[in-house]
Design a binder for this molecule. Sequence first.
Ligand code: MG
Length: 203
Amino acid sequence: MKIICIGRNYTKHIEELHSERPNEPVIFMKPDSAVLLKQHPFVIPEFSEDIHHEIELIVKINKVGKYIEPKFAHKYYDEISVGIDFTARDLQQKLKDKGLPWEKAKAFDGSAVVGDFLSKSHFNSVENLTFELTNNSKTIQKGNTSLMLWKVDEIIAYVSEYFTLKIGDIIFTGTPEGVAAVKPNDVLEGFLEGHKLFRIQVK
Ligand code: MG
């Protein structure tokens, strides 16, 4: 199983990080060892002083695919959820400044929170879903998939030009604005259209 992540997919998030608006999707990956085990706390790693939360819509691939056309992409996933792409922002900035790959800042153990999946048939459209991250019951990040620069089906098509998608692969589709540091004792909960899909304690 692999995790493919899209960066810079929401305009206001691009602006808050003063990043360049991309002409095509920004892709990076996390290994399966990045998945935070169910019921486990997220332990802030020692190599970073600035671990940011990034709540994202995630989709699970249900069929092997390569060179998928956008009009057929909807057939390659049935289940969706929300997750967190934890990012060591201080380390990522150092790597970006040197033009180096981001993996140490993005793909470390526990950096991928994967919520419980729901059938996409529960919802009218994947392209108009509100999702939210709370900390101790207070909203800290909120987005809507209608604001994505690249829609889920376009992402699947684009990614599959480079990487064969396999059953169980997960795609993180990018974070909206509002990323910020987490700290010990935070309790992070992720919601998709009001359904609570994960609860994580930070240590
Ligand atoms: Mg992200």
